[in-house]
Ligand binder design. Structure first.
Ligand SMILES: Cc1cc2nc3c(=O)[nH]c(=O)nc-3n(C[C@H](O)[C@H](O)[C@H](O)COP(=O)(O)O)c2cc1C
Length: 190
């Protein structure tokens, strides 16, 4: 585990939570197997959701696939340099309306967040580094993947096996070497 990035908590939390962080330097010589990608999605699929609606959808884009290049091309410029060695991307989408009623699902983004939290923690437990990103051209994703009405891209997760921070250029190198921080509990408990 990367000690520099480990969360130092005042109160005891799961080690898995302490160890998850948003990494940027990925190995080029180790791919993530399709079975492992399916394990991550399976973990996500067991998240809680409002009325068990499960409003999440995913596009898997392992290195070397046609999907991978399409996702990479849709990343914002600030994410492209450190994402170039990602072993896979997962595009995370929501169905915006409740299936049975057709009404807007206020909780869709919330529930995708829960599923993604499962995915990130499951990946951490498998020593797969991951990094969620909103810095993507969502309209481009809709176009290149022919995403139908009612389904909206939300974030992309970059994944891979961790490599040395020193392989990154600035400003990503500094970010990779900066300890993580959080607001205090006093600030967030109202
Ligand atoms: C919805 C969402 C969008 C994010 N978008 C980006 C992004 O576009 N680029 C990036 O480098 N990091 C992005 N991040 C990562 C955050 O910056 C990161 O989670 C935060 O700084 C806390 O660091 P940690 O995940 O290592 O604890 C995003 C995270 C989330 C949850």
């Amino acid at each position: 585990m990367n000690q520099l990035k480990k969360a130092h908590t005042k109160y005891p939390v799961l080690e898995l939570i302490q160890n998850r962080w948003s990494a940027r330097s990925f190995r080029t010589d180790k791919d993530i197997s399709m079975d492992d990608l399916y394990t991550l999605i399976e973990a996500g699929s067991w998240a809680a959701s409002s009325s068990n609606e499960q409003p999440w959808k995913f596009i898997l884009a392992p290195r070397g696939s046609e999907q991978y290049q399409k996702v990479y091309d849709a990343l914002m410029d600030g994410n492209k340099p450190w994402c170039k060695n990602a072993a896979a991307f997962i595009v995370c989408l929501i169905r915006t309306q409740v299936e049975k009623t057709g009404k807007d699902n206020f909780y869709a983004m919330h529930d995708l967040g829960l599923a993604n939290s499962h995915i990130l923690l499951q990946a951490t437990s498998m020593d797969i580094a991951c990094h969620p990103m909103a810095g993507i051209d969502k309209n481009k994703l809709i176009e290149v993947f022919n995403i139908p009405e009612g389904i909206k891209p939300a974030v992309v997760i970059a994944l891979g096996y961790l490599d040395e921070a020193q392989k990154l250029e600035e400003p990503f190198l500094t970010r990779e070497l900066t300890p993580r921080n959080r607001k205090s509990l006093e600030e967030i408990i109202m």
